[in-house]
Design a protein. Structure first.
Length: 119
């Protein structure tokens, strides 16, 4: 007979609360957990991506404006140096300068990433 009472006590809810209340608490706990583990990180990821895209666009716009400014400076401030048959030279100079800046940035970024991953 003592075995029957042990089985009955094992089947009863441990807190003494009725089963429907426990089910509702479990549902609320699962919903809170899902929000905490999925929605909050997704919002943070969206914010991270948004700032990354905005920063990339602003840096790209800055590079374009810097290139146009350098081109205009070479064309107007060098007098007759790049006149006539040499009118293409400022374009090449600015293009090469922007490529070098991009390569330096890329190299620095990849080195920074390797150091960060090594930690």
């Amino acid at each position: 007979m003592p075995e029957a009472t042990d089985a009955a006590s094992a089947a009863a809810p441990p807190s003494g609360a009725p089963l429907p209340q426990l089910v509702l608490e479990l549902r609320d706990m699962v919903i809170t957990y899902v929000k905490q583990e999925t929605l909050v990180p997704l919002r943070q990821l969206g914010r991270y991506i948004g700032f990354g895209v905005a920063g990339s666009l602003l840096l790209g716009l800055g590079a374009v404006l810097l290139g146009v400014g350098a081109l205009r400076g070479l064309q107007t401030e060098t007098g007759e140096t790049f006149a006539g048959d040499w009118s293409w030279a400022p374009y090449l100079i600015v293009f090469v300068a922007l490529l070098l800046c991009g390569a330096i940035t890329w190299k620095t970024r990849s080195g920074w990433r390797r150091r960060k991953e090594a930690r």
